[in-house]
Write a new protein. Structure first.
Length: 248
């Protein structure tokens, strides 16, 4: 028993001898998506378009050895999903009214990452996402109240929307996973390092929310099959750069 206790003491002392605190900041530019099967299944009426966002934040880490550490981030994040589509005019099988739309989420993301390696590294861990703000915008090519549309067996009234608040339609908290890889380059030997990396984030829980036309899951325009497939899972990832200070 004494030998076992002595072993754990020695291991603890060894880990403390390699322990190193890190603090810093970073910025990431991401490809961003709100994954929603109901949107993907709509055809000409609704589809996603390539979208981009970014986050910036603070880094706090603790390396137990040169090969393993933990890192906590506090990131202010923007996720945008652009949409494009067109809606049939009422009593017409050929004329359609095109539109463009976008949903923007402003979130606070808190990832807790295991870091494998220091000069070059792989990282993996859970992320908590807090939805702070959500807005929706939409623009149709034509607006005419006397010439309505026809969507999913219902008359549809064409209208534009400009940055309307839709935060109440989204769940306020999401849980996901983040992973990435990168390298730290010395600016001041073993003290200040420039970080380059790639990181990807996927929110596993359903944030609910809206689709490309700004409709919720409960809208009568959404079919029964559409309701089954209606969800929003943010996926975003890209390049990030930062400065990290390593304390002795």
């Amino acid at each position: 028993m004494k030998k076992l206790a002595l072993f754990f003491v020695l291991v603890s002392i060894s880990a403390m001898s390699f322990a190193q605190l890190t603090l810093g900041g970073h910025y990431a530019y991401n490809s961003t998506w709100l994954l929603n099967k109901q949107v993907f299944d709509e055809g000409k009426e609704m589809d996603v378009a390539v979208s981009f966002g970014s986050y910036y934040g603070l880094i706090a880490g603790y390396y137990f050895s040169d090969n393993f550490g933990l890192e906590l981030n506090f990131n202010l994040n923007k996720i945008e999903q652009k949409y494009t589509g067109s809606i049939d005019y009422f009593l017409s099988d050929t004329l359609r009214n095109p539109y463009n739309a976008s949903t923007i989420l402003r979130t606070t993301d808190i990832p807790v990452l295991m870091k494998f390696g220091k000069s070059t590294y792989f990282e993996l861990g859970p992320v908590i996402q807090l939805v702070n703000k959500a807005t929706y915008s939409r623009t149709f090519d034509e607006l005419n109240s006397f010439d309505p549309g026809w969507y999913n067996s219902h008359i549809y009234s064409f209208s534009d929307a400009s940055s309307i608040g839709v935060k109440s339609e989204f769940n306020s908290v999401g849980f996901g996973v983040a992973f990435g890889f990168g390298a730290n380059f010395n600016i001041i030997e073993d003290v200040l390092r420039l970080n380059f990396g790639m990181r990807f984030n996927y929110i596993l829980t359903d944030l609910q929310g809206i689709n490309g036309l700004g409709l919720t899951k409960e809208s009568f325009y959404v079919t029964e099959t559409g309701r089954v497939n209606f969800y929003n899972h943010p996926l975003y990832g890209g390049l990030k750069v930062g400065l990290v200070y390593f304390f002795d």
